[in-house]
Design a protein around this ligand. Sequence first.
Ligand SMILES: C[S@@+](CC[C@H](N)C(=O)[O-])C[C@H]1O[C@@H](n2cnc3c(N)ncnc32)[C@H](O)[C@@H]1O
Length: 452
Amino acid sequence: MNLPVDFKEKYQELLGDEAEAFFASFDGKVQKGFRLNPLKEDYKNVTNSLADPVEYVETGYVGEVSGRTLEHQAGYIYSQDLSAMYVGEVVEAKPGEKILDLCAAPGGKSTQLAEKMANQGILVSNEINRKRATILAENIERTGARNVLVLNEDPATLAQNFEQYFDKIVVDAPCSGEGMFRKDPHAMTYWHRDYPVQCAKRQREILVEALKMLRVGGELVYSTCTFAPEEDEQIIAWLLAEYPYLEIVPLKHHQGMDQGVPAWANGEASLSGTVRLMPHHFKGEGHFIAKLSDTRPAQVKKVKNKKKKRQASLSTEQINLWREFADNFLVESPFKVSELRCYGDHLYYYPKNGPDISKLKFMRPGLLLGVFKKKRFEPSYTLALALKPAEVKATLNLTRSQWEQYVTGNTVSIAEKKKNGWYLLICDNKPFAFGKLVNGTVKNFFPKGLRF
Ligand SMILES: C[S@@+](CC[C@H](N)C(=O)[O-])C[C@H]1O[C@@H](n2cnc3c(N)ncnc32)[C@H](O)[C@@H]1O
């Protein structure tokens, strides 16, 4: 690979004897990986080979996945670089926590966090770029998670709304992307010697806002996909100096993982507790990961007795239409009426005790359950992906070839005699969409924009 001359000079100096092996790794093979999604029932029932598990991520495997398979479409697998999946793992997200993923698109870390939270607590998954936020929302939807809000805000606006709110924050920062050169050589075209310093300025601005949102005693995970010390060790050294109550939480260095290099910043010894993933040592693309904790004693937060604004409440007619659907269709509705919200004619399940996001730009204010149309309720594709077969009264099993017919936008004929109406479509025990059966034909309700 033709690496930029300035890049080679810089890393020759930093890496010395190791530089040649480092440069040679850019001509090596990109090792792909994927994660399984434990939010799904029987989640290991996939056609992908699980012969090569990743040691440091419980649900991670080495291997390439196709976006045009049932497993991918139904949200059982997420394709992710072997390095990137260690970021989501070190967050140690737990059910019930309040977590922010500040720079979230396309959603590699957010999907991993949501899967660990098991539908309990709140994950705010934010992306500043509108187009990328749309892709983020789609990826979140495939997971079937019920406790994720997808926002489209800049960090400063978020900080005004979420003062000291989150237990954990992930800043997977926009960076100079040196670790992506091998996978995407185009990333080299906008690299120049001063680029890391420019990126570092933006990273500090983002972190200043992020820290306003972290509760006392909370934890911050910072990561980049670059080798540049300016954006890695030097950013962490700057954080430790600016926020003396922050401390590095030393991360486990699994096989092939390097320690951060204190000498590449100010010599602060604890920087060796960060992780560098270098492609000449590790089977994955370049990454840097640091975890910091706020060491101030946790305060007992005074609960302000603010009257909660009733937001986006439902009309009686809407409640009745939803109830009618839920009674006929769901064995027992996991979505309480008090936790439902309506925006226009769209009905959402809003995670219990969720924050007020009424002043923010959102892509997905909870889980979209469906849409009210005249005098009826039409369930959404996203609801289908969030349900387990046992939660539903009306299911219809299709073969893989019928699945293919459906995701390409066609109707499907059924030989079985069944009542007309809505069905959760299932293939190989995986719910993948809703369909409406009318006299032996399943009408196609697969979202047009997602058709294969
Ligand atoms: C490395 S990517 C995030 C990857 C993502 N976490 C994942 O795992 O799929 C960084 C993201 O930061 C966003 N970004 C760019 N400028 C930003 C800013 N000033 N504040 C917040 N986010 C920004 C980019 O649009 C990009 O989606």
